[in-house]
Design a protein around this ligand. Structure first.
Ligand SMILES: [Zn+2]
Ligand SMILES: [Zn+2]
Length: 257
């Protein structure tokens, strides 16, 4: 069994195909999925997915790519996170690739999420793009190691991965690891300890080979796991078992069923 540790099933292109998507998960032995919230107005729909499907969980958070929206407070996040199906805070983090200029608001928002995660004991889902140094610095300044979490859709080098692991974080690989020229990420996928790895789709984005460019979906996480197995010279079953165990160890509020 595999777990898709990061997907956006409330996005319209996926939501409207939910029955087929769930069927494909079953056929490909993808047992669970974590539905990730990106804004507060988005959140009720994300939560509804987790409430109406036993094998779906949800997170609450505001993504760093959304600039002109209401800032969440720690209290607001805590109130929304107080639900048995909410197992993580995020996605949160920094993104200096998509947005430029004075991004102090991103850093403030990131700190708010870390404080909420520590307060409720639910791990963080961290997005970092072209901003690894500041991401790690803020994680340290805010004591993110007290709660841990996952560096999702990892695209940094091994040094960044090892620093995150030292802070109690897991490294999650997406379909990017299957792309032919993603040599740095393939290297990280070979070197990171197996007990620190997760797999995800980040669907509807970043479909793995052989679906690159198409709409991604949770069942495709199998291709991510297959590539990691190939790179490390181990079986798909070993990757599945390890990443699924890692998921339920990290997200200790998730009840497997
Ligand atoms: Zn992300
Ligand atoms: Zn995402």
């Amino acid at each position: 069994m595999l777990v898709d540790s990061h997907c956006h099933l409330n996005f319209p292109e996926l939501l409207e195909n939910l029955p087929a998507i769930k069927q494909a998960m079953q056929e490909n032995k993808v047992g669970h999925a974590l539905c990730i919230s990106v804004t507060l107005p988005d959140f009720p729909q994300v939560l509804a997915l987790a409430e109406t499907n036993d094998n779906f969980y949800a997170s609450v958070g505001v993504h760093p790519d959304y600039e002109d929206i209401d800032e969440p407070s720690v209290d607001e996040l805590l109130k929304l996170a107080d639900h048995p199906k909410i197992i993580a805070i995020g996605e949160t983090g920094l993104d200096y690739f998509r947005l430029t200029g004075d991004l102090e608001w991103q850093r403030t928002r990131f700190r708010t999420h870390i404080r909420a995660a520590i307060a409720c004991g639910k791990p963080l889902v961290i997005h970092t793009r072209s901003s690894a140094e500041d991401t790690l610095r803020i994680m340290r300044e805010e004591n993110a190691q007290q709660v841990g979490g996952v560096m999702h859709c990892f695209t940094e080098n091994l040094d960044v991965a090892l620093q995150a692991i030292e802070l109690g974080f897991y490294i999650s690989f997406s379909g990017i690891v299957t792309f032919k020229n993603a040599l740095t990420i393939k290297e990280v996928a070979m070197q990171v300890p197996l007990d620190k790895m997760l797999v995800e789709t980040d669907s509807p984005y970043l479909a793995p080979m052989p679906y690159r460019g198409k709409t991604n979906q949770p069942s495709y996480v199998k291709h991510v796991a297959e590539e990691i197995a190939r790179l490390r010279g181990i079986s798909l079953e070993e990757v599945s078992e390890a990443t699924t165990n890692n998921f339920f160890r990290l997200f200790r509020h998730a009840v497997a069923n």
